[in-house]
Design a binder for this molecule. Structure first.
Ligand code: DX5
Ligand code: ZN
Length: 225
């Protein structure tokens, strides 16, 4: 049975609450402190209440980190190409945001790692028909729209259920979790068997971002950098 080989989860750091006036410095800090990805939350004010950034800004971010782009936008079908062109390494959209998630995946083809995200209120079985065409399932532990929310307790059960679906598919699909990760709970979340952890405010809480990230890495069982 195909499994993603990581034993300790990769860390994808959300920059919504970073200092956008000094984004170059923020990215250098993440590179030095051992982030695996930079996670960019794209919100359109329709799928979720906030508006963040789009493809042009993502294309302008200069970093050696892989770009993990999380689209929280309505009807992504006609919009995804711009994010691939902007340099997304991984492009995730929400199963709730389109009537045609399979068409979106077909449109993306092999041009990018394809992710499908699930809101906390969506049955996990929604991803089952898509597992042949994704490289990542991202389970949200919060409702999309804001950083700093609490990790929903039902998430562990949902992660277990998605893991079963992935195992049954026989494909090496990564399982990720996004939202509500703190420096205190990251160890217990890593123990839920995820391949990728997304954390934003646990890194950018106004303190030392590099030190926060190193603490997260240690909590997730990753070696020091
Ligand atoms: C939810 C976003 C998350 C969130 C992460 O709207 O997709 O990426 O901002 O932020 P924290 O880690 O602060 O929950
Ligand atoms: Zn996100």
């Amino acid at each position: 049975m195909a499994r993603v080989p990581n034993t300790e989860p990769l860390l994808s750091v959300g920059i919504t609450t970073a200092d956008w006036m000094h984004m170059g410095d923020e990215l250098r800090r993440l590179e030095a402190a051992g982030a695996d990805y930079v996670h960019i939350d794209v919100m359109d004010g329709c799928f979720c209440p906030q508006v963040t950034v789009g493809a042009q800004v993502i294309g302008a971010l200069r970093t050696t980190l892989r770009k993990d782009v999380h689209l929280m936008i309505e009807e992504p079908l006609e919009k995804v190409r711009a994010y691939v062109d902007a340099g997304a390494d991984t492009l995730t959209f929400h199963v709730e945001a389109t009537r045609h998630p399979h068409r979106v995946l077909q449109a993306l083809g092999k041009s990018v790692k394809r992710g499908i995200a699930l809101n906390p209120g969506t049955p996990v079985t929604a991803v089952e028909p898509l597992l042949d065409d994704v490289e990542l399932v991202l389970v949200l532990a919060v409702n999309p729209g804001w950083g700093g929310q609490r990790f929903a307790p039902g998430t562990e059960r949902r992660l277990g259920a998605v893991r079963e679906l992935i195992d049954r598919s026989g494909r090496a699909v990564m399982l990720g979790v996004d939202g509500g990760v703190t420096r205190e709970n990251v160890g217990s979340i890593a123990a839920m068997g995820v391949d990728m952890i997304v954390a934003g405010s646990a890194v950018f809480d106004g303190g030392d971002a590099a030190a926060n990230l190193r603490q997260l890495r240690a909590g997730a069982g990753r070696a020091a950098v």
